[in-house]
Design a protein around this ligand. Structure first.
Ligand SMILES: NC(=O)c1ccc[n+]([C@@H]2O[C@H](COP(=O)([O-])OP(=O)(O)OC[C@H]3O[C@@H](n4cnc5c(N)ncnc54)[C@H](OP(=O)(O)O)[C@@H]3O)[C@@H](O)[C@H]2O)c1
Length: 218
C-alpha cells in the first residue's frame, strides 16, 4: 500500500483529496490545525499541523518519522488567505502571517519530509494562478500572490536539487468552491482533487506548473 501525505486535509480540496486517495487504496497521512477531520477510516491518520508554528511543524514531521512509513506522494495543500488581503495597501501583519503559513512553514515541513520520501516519489505543491507572473493582470491579493509566487520558485529550486530522485510539480487547482472563496468558484473540490490526483500519479517532467493536465505559465 502506497502512502500519501496531504497537508490541510480537514476541508475543501485537501479533504476531497484524502477521500480520493483512500478510495484508491492509499494510506493517507492528513493534517489540520486541530489534527481532526469529520470522518474516520482505517487507512487515515490525522496529525496536528499549524504551518505558522515551528514547534507544531517539528512535532508533525517527528510523528511521520515515528510512523516508519515512506512517503510516495507529498501534497503541500494547506494554505490560508487572510481577510483584508484585498486592500490596495499591503498590511505587513497580514503579509508576515501569510508568508509564514503558505511559504516558510511549507518549506520547513517539506525539508523535514524529503528524507522520508521514496525514490521515484512525487511532490505536488498546490499553488495558484495568483502566483503566476505569466497570468496575472491585476493583483488584488498581494500577500497571498507573493506567497504562491515564492512557492513556485521553491518548486523550481527543489526540482533542480532533487533531479533523478523525486519529481516536484506545482499545480493551480482552479477556482474552487471552498471556504477560502466563501463557497464561490467554478469547480467542486472533488473536481480539483481529481486533477491533483491525476498529476500526482502521472509520470511528468519535474519542475513544471500545471492546470487541468496542461502546463501553466510561471
Ligand atoms: N479554492 C480555490 O479557488 C483555490 C484557488 C487556487 C489555489 N488554491 C489553493 O488550494 C489549496 C487548498 O485550498 P482550499 O480552497 O481547499 O482551502 P480551505 O478550504 O480554506 O482549506 C484550507 C486547509 O488548510 C488548512 N490550513 C489553514 N491554515 C493553516 C495553517 N496555518 N497551517 C496548517 N494548515 C492550515 C486548513 O485546516 P483547518 O481546517 O484546521 O483550518 C484546511 O485544511 C491552498 O493551497 C490554496 O491556496 C485554492
Amino acid at each position: 500500500m502506497k502512502t500519501v501525505f496531504i497537508s490541510g486535509a480537514s476541508r475543501g480540496i485537501g479533504k476531497a483529496l484524502a477521500q480520493l486517495f483512500i478510495k484508491n487504496n492509499f494510506f493517507v497521512i492528513g493534517t489540520s490545525t486541530k489534527g481532526v477531520v469529520d470522518f474516520t477510516h482505517e487507512n487515515l491518520l490525522m496529525l496536528q499541523l499549524d504551518q505558522t508554528d515551528s514547534s507544531s511543524i517539528e512535532r508533525c514531521a517527528r510523528s511521520v518519522t515515528d510512523l516508519g512509513k515512506k512517503i510516495d506522494v507529498l501534497i503541500n495543500n494547506a494554505a490560508m488567505w487572510i481577510e483584508g488581503d484585498y486592500e490596495k495597501e499591503v498590511d505587513v501583519t497580514i503579509l508576515r502571517k501569510t508568508l509564514e503559513a503558505n511559504l516558510i512553514g511549507v518549506i520547513d515541513l517539506t525539508e523535514r519530509l524529503i528524507p522520508l520520501m521514496n525514490q521515484g516519489g512525487h511532490m505536488v505543491n498546490v499553488s495558484s494562478r495568483q502566483g503566476s507572473f505569466g497570468y496575472i493582470s491585476t493583483i488584488h491579493t498581494t500577500s497571498y500572490s507573493i506567497s504562491k509566487a515564492a512557492l513556485n520558485m521553491y518548486t523550481r529550486a527543489l526540482a533542480y536539487r532533487l533531479t533523478d530522485h523525486i519529481t516536484v510539480s506545482a499545480i493551480h487547482p482552479g477556482y474552487v468552491k471552498t471556504d477560502m472563496n466563501e463557497g464561490e468558484g467554478d469547480l467542486e473540490p472533488e473536481e480539483a482533487a481529481n486533477d491533483i490526483y491525476e498529476l500526482a500519479l502521472r509520470d511528468v517532467e519535474t519542475g513544471k506548473f500545471w492546470f487541468q493536465g496542461k502546463e501553466f505559465p510561471w
